[in-house]
Ligand binder design. Structure first.
Ligand SMILES: Cc1ncc(COP(=O)(O)O)c(C=O)c1O
Length: 365
């Protein structure tokens, strides 16, 4: 038997989640965000599963986009951070990538390309996140420069929401108002109608006014709620990734005895401790506290002591049918990665995205 630790990727859950996004925003084209190896789910597998049902993909770099092209993905791909060099812009022209432009340097790169086939540019407006994008006061000038350049085909006006995951925070409304002003400004400059892109998952699920021609769902496709607190409509999405392992050792310890490195957890009574073949070397967070939930043979149990590189310990006292080789779920179908993440002071996005190559990945339909 080989080490029993693996990731399962459920493609039917992925397709279900896409349908939920499209049902909420039926007039939008879907730009499926599959950067960072599709948030750790395997970009090529995810792209192949979605390619007939979405309009395009979005990734963070030309390299990520090339990796998809090399695997035969033919849909348009949006580079969310745009091009980092003229060579990347040339590759974007050749490969049919669409590019975000968020600074003057990227606009200037157009002078150095020689193209018969104009490219689609996503002009990014900074509406308050202050990460990427042009200030509202620059948008008209940049739009005019791009619109008069024959190497540019369509211009999509876009922005990114910084706090849409908190549905009672008015800041998102302010961002939408700022974006709307930029939209009005550029609309007055052209006879063509301007397409827009605003919504991420939290926008699609929680801010109907942010839905537009091009929505950019990421985390919701993978079945994780983007919201800080529970939302009724997040119940309709299903986890795509499940991380499982098995019990590889079982022992009974006496009250007062400790478990794991640093002896940080002590049994308050006679306890049964299971050792599971998964650790921080498999992407399980080392700073998950004692008490973090784990599913053992279908029952909730609690992590005890420090997480090691390849193993962790769970207090299985009182659980039924706990034997060597019993199935353990670290997160997935029965336990949200978001819940585990809270115990480790992080977010589900981080847990799923940072899984190492050594974990075997199994696709299930
Ligand atoms: C520009 C942009 N759009 C969309 C997304 C997707 O966001 P989410 O995964 O929260 O849906 C991201 C992710 O970080 C992003 O950076």
């Amino acid at each position: 038997m080989s080490r029993p630790t693996e990731i399962q990727i459920d493609l039917s859950a992925l397709k279900h989640n896409l349908q939920q996004a499209q049902r909420l925003s039926p007039n939008s084209h879907t730009v499926a965000v599959i950067k960072a190896d599709a948030y750790g789910h395997g970009a090529v597998d995810i792209a192949k599963a979605l390619q007939n049902d979405v309009a395009m993909f979005a990734v963070s770099s030309a390299q990520e986009a090339m990796d998809l092209r090399n695997e035969g993905i033919a849909l348009p791909i949006l580079l969310l951070e745009g091009c980092f060099s003229v060579n990347e812009l040339k590759a974007a022209y050749l490969q049919g990538f669409e590019v975000v432009m968020h600074n003057h340097c990227q606009v200037g790169m157009l002078d150095s390309v020689d193209s018969s086939q104009p490219i689609n540019v996503w002009l990014k407006v900074d509406t308050g996140m202050h990460r990427l994008g042009f200030n509202e006061s620059d948008v008209a000038d940049v739009f005019a420069t791009l619109a008069s350049n024959k190497k540019v085909n369509k211009i999509v006006l876009m922005t990114h929401l910084s706090i849409a995951d908190e549905t009672d925070d008015v800041f998102t409304q302010h961002q939408l108002e700022r974006f709307s002003r930029s939209y009005d400004t550029v609309s007055e400059m052209t006879s063509q109608s301007i397409e827009t892109s605003i919504a991420n998952s939290a926008g699609i699920m929680g801010w109907p006014n942010s839905r537009s021609q091009w929505d950019r769902p990421g985390i919701m496709l993978y079945g994780l709620s983007p919201f800080a607190s529970n939302q009724s409509n997040s119940l309709s999405i299903q986890p795509v990734m499940t991380l499982t392992s098995k019990i590889i050792a079982l022992r009974t310890i006496q009250a007062g005895e400790s478990v794991g490195y640093g002896n940080t957890w002590r049994a308050s009574k006679e306890s049964v401790i299971a050792t599971i073949a998964v650790g921080y070397g498999d992407g399980y967070p080392r700073n998950a506290k004692s008490g973090t939930p784990v599913i053992v043979n279908g029952q909730r149990a609690a992590l005890c002591g420090r997480v090691s590189m390849d193993m962790l310990s769970v207090d299985v006292t009182g659980l039924t049918d706990v034997t060597l080789g019993a199935e353990v779920e670290l997160w997935g179908k029965n336990l949200s990665a978001n819940e585990v993440a809270k115990w480790a002071q992080t977010i589900g996005y981080e847990l799923v995205t940072r899984l190492p190559k050594r974990l075997p990945r199994r696709i299930v339909e």
